[in-house]
Design a protein around this ligand. Sequence first.
Ligand SMILES: [Zn+2]
Length: 183
Amino acid sequence: MSIEILRDARVHTLLLKIDQELARQHREAGCGYCGAKLHCSNFPRKPRGCPESVRELYAKRLSFDCSSCDRRATPSSVRFMDRRLYVATVLALVCPRGPASRSWLCQKLLVSAATVKRWRRWWHETFVTTPLWLIKRADFTPVVDEATLPGSAIERFNASDPADRIVQFLRFLLPASAGFLPM
Ligand SMILES: [Zn+2]
């Protein structure tokens, strides 16, 4: 998967559509605490890592407030992983090996080498212990090389179009996208 995928507007449009659908389902289900109706209460984001031309597609994290107990309800997202500053697609494009400072994320997106190292560590040490991966890795045959995640998993999604492949991978990650991802 090449970093050029970030320039493909279809990826960003598809991801927004998926987030809108997730939000719609979340809203229909009502408040998880008291069951009351949810009100729209999106919050602004200043995303890093996406091209200027699609920033608008990342300007809001879709979210709700409960009309009765006031609790916030934020659906999972394929565009944003938890509170990361960078958009989810960038985190999925981190290359697993070589000097971090020479990686494309550092050189082209100006992600710091320390951040690249932290993301690699997360993929190789934390992600592989998540319930999502422990359950789902068995679906991949032959076995995915965990030392070269995330690329080694992305390439197993069999859409012929790389744009679809990255979207499928981010959708696959959804259950892991809240709460325990690297900052
Ligand atoms: Zn409520």
